[in-house]
Ligand binder design. Structure first.
Ligand code: CMP
Length: 141
């Protein structure tokens, strides 16, 4: 059965543009509940580890540079079938291909500066939630 939590990050482009509130409002309107949240600026080591799966990709250095360029806002969100529901809500990686009304269609600039991250599987959602939040911060609710 699909899990009911996932991990999102409002990325430095959207956070820096003052869009965090609008994005949170949109996600809440779509039925997500915030279970944990923080504002932080990732170090190069943290961003490199978080995106280690993309280490061999040509955009890896650019991705790490971008994700460390300013504050971001990781959150654990809850909803039935959270991983697929959030991916639907944020839209395609490339905002040019994202459906109307999705976060990326509304707020992303490009494939790289794409406003928001969402876990791609239940397994990664658990791993990514623990990357940002201590076990004790995830126990409630
Ligand atoms: P995200 O969902 O956080 O996971 C991997 C990220 O890599 C993706 O969002 C984009 O920010 C980034 N990415 C994917 N493809 C490209 C690309 N072609 N150029 C730059 N960044 C990319």
């Amino acid at each position: 059965m699909a899990g009911n939590t996932t991990l999102t990050i409002i990325k430095p482009d959207a956070f820096g543009a003052g869009k965090a509130g609008k994005i949170v409002a949109l996600l809440e309107e779509k039925g997500f509940t915030i279970k944990a949240a923080r504002v932080m600026q990732l170090t190069k080591a943290q961003a490199g580890e978080f995106y280690a799966i993309h280490r061999e990709r040509p955009f890896y250095a650019e991705l790490v540079q971008f994700m460390t360029s300013g504050p971001c806002m990781p959150m654990v969100l809850e909803k039935a079938s959270a991983v697929s529901a959030l991916r639907d809500a944020i839209g395609a990686t490339d905002p040019a291909e994202a459906a109307a009304g999705t976060v990326r269609k509304l707020y992303a600039e490009s494939k790289g500066r794409n406003a928001i991250h969402a876990s791609d599987s239940d397994e990664n959602a658990q791993r990514e939630a623990r990357f940002f939040f201590a076990e004790t911060e995830l126990l409630w609710g």
